[in-house]
Write a protein that binds this ligand. Sequence first.
Ligand code: GTP
Ligand code: MG
Length: 156
Amino acid sequence: VEQTYIMIKPDGVQRGLVGEIISRFERKGFKLTGLKLFQCPKELAEEHYKDLQSKTFFPKLIDYITSGPVVCMGWEGVGVVASARKLIGATNPLNAEPGTIRGDLAVQTGRNVVHGSDSPDNGKREIVWSSAFELLLDMNETYIRIFTESSGDFRV
Ligand code: GTP
Ligand code: MG
């Protein structure tokens, strides 16, 4: 079954939108397979968004994602990756349709409350990534460095 990685960003957590966002995925009919509240270290935020490294907003994006705890979740179901992206709405909340999470709950691209994987492959990769950092945090910074240097394979 297809899996996706959904992350409630620090603004979503701070604004008390965790329950609201989880409800939308539950009501749609997807299955929650994992969840944790987590303070994302800078190295792992950079790894997560490495495709956007060259963008001028990249440093701001990393500051944003590391500014407070995030809620990391795995969700599963038929077509969950594309469906979750529809439930979330467009990247810029001002372009997101009413009825979507960003369309209903956000106004700024830089404060768009939630992340969803953009492909089934990234869904799998990001779930591994999100469970990896929990293990790694229980260890020490050397492991975090090994993890980021080996670009995603934490079983070193
Ligand atoms: P994610 O689900 O978070 O990956 O969003 P997305 O897939 O809708 O957009 P994308 O992967 O292109 O960008 C990742 C995140 O970077 C966005 O969700 C925004 O938080 C941030 N971002 C993208 N474009 C801009 C921008 O022009 N300015 C700022 N400040 N942030 C941006
Ligand atoms: Mg994206």
